[in-house]
Design a protein around this ligand. Structure first.
Ligand code: SAM
Ligand code: SF4
Length: 329
């Protein structure tokens, strides 16, 4: 079992399988993004081997992310092999949903238990403005198909910006029949501050739309969870989460590691220290991969240091971070 020096059990790993994406979300992809050379990206068998190692160290849950994981050729060959090797492992995917519809059968066949779909706006024009692509109908169809599957939990992730705060109600309404919707504070991609809608503002907005009851027992490692009783439907109960990525911290509950698409292990999204697992997998380094992972866990920092700003409504924050699409959001 992996336990860090602050007593946190690490049993969850997020693996980015590609840095490429079919969308260009304004808050994620820098305009001057440079793709990694193909040979730097972990191969299928390397990802499968990595998961084997992680599971042998006590990892219980793996999430495939990116970039856009469904864009990777042969992505479901990886999922198939991982599932075949590890019947008990929780397998999850985070996707923008554009290609989801065509992989519904695979998701069911390989028992992918959780699918998080990112959707920031239901307005086709706003969606296209944020993502650069006119693809909202594909995303919505994908979500509807996924939610019709038994045994697959679907959550929506939405990064709310100043310009889309008024769309919160529509998004929450859309989530009525979905496991949960979670609103994420926008994180900056560089040291340049960006405006973001704070968790407190999101909560206030929700309170103006209905009754909000905190469910501390349902809090996840990253999100504060609420039972939301909308004023427009007395019988509806909607699970709403708020991920205070910038303004507050969930570091004390952090249980995760990350592997970038080029095989670098990170103990924290916001800690630039990387451990090169790819070189070990390719025999270019002689280190014991299990020892390297254990060492990374023992050096996992207590918390991150995103700056907090005094502006209460639309906070500003700055920090050094590369594109989420490269690290794997
Ligand atoms: N392409 C997939 C998707 O969009 O779901 C998976 C990768 S994406 C990097 C994972 C998550 O990171 C998405 O929910 C996205 O909204 C979030 N994300 C990306 N950049 C972000 C930022 N600057 N601040 C907060 N969340 C961000
Ligand atoms: Fe692509 Fe996801 Fe980043 Fe949007 S958030 S650009 S969909 S990787």
């Amino acid at each position: 079992m992996l336990v860090d020096s602050f007593g946190r059990t690490i049993d969850y790993v997020r693996i980015s399988v590609t840095d490429h994406c079919n969308l260009r979300c304004v808050y994620c992809m820098p305009a001057d993004i440079k793709w990694l050379p193909h040979e730097e990206i972990l191969r299928n068998e390397e990802i499968v081997r990595l998961v084997d190692v992680f599971v042998s160290l006590g990892i219980k849950k793996v999430r495939f992310t990116g970039g856009e994981p469904l864009l990777r050729k042969g992505f479901f060959d990886i999922v198939k092999q991982v599932r075949s090797n590890h019947k008990e492992l929780e397998i999850c995917i985070t996707t923008n949903g554009v290609l989801l519809e065509q992989y519904i059968d695979k998701i069911q066949e390989f028992n992918v238990q959780k699918v998080n779909v990112s959707l920031d706006s239901l307005n086709p024009d706003t969606f296209a403005k944020i993502t650069g692509v006119n693809a909202i109908h594909k995303v919505i169809n994908g979500i509807l198909k996924i939610t019709s599957l038994e045994g697959v939990e679907c959550k929506i992730n939405a990064v709310i910006m100043e310009s889309t705060l008024d769309e919160l109600e529509e998004l929450v309404r859309f989530a009525t029949n979905i496991h949960a919707i979670r609103f994420i504070e926008r994180m900056p991609l560089s040291n340049d501050p960006v405006p973001f809608v704070s968790a407190d503002t999101l909560l206030q907005k929700l309170e103006s739309l209905g009754t909000v009851q905190r469910k501390t027992t349902s809090d996840t490692h990253v999100a504060a969870m609420y039972r939301f009783l909308p004023r427009w439907d007395k019988r509806a109960v909607i699970n709403v989460g708020i991920i205070p990525a910038v303004s507050h911290r969930f570091c004390s509950k952090c249980n995760r590691l990350r592997v970038t698409s080029d095989g670098m292990l990170r103990a924290c999204l916001h800690d630039a220290t990387e451990y090169n697992l790819k070189k070990i997998l390719r025999g270019q380094l002689n280190n014991d991969i299990r020892e390297v992972i254990t060492n990374a866990v023992s050096h996992k920092k207590e918390g991150h240091s995103l700056m907090q700003c005094d502006d209460t409504a639309f906070n500003c924050s700055g920090m050094a971070m590369h594109s989420m699409s490269k690290i794997g959001g």
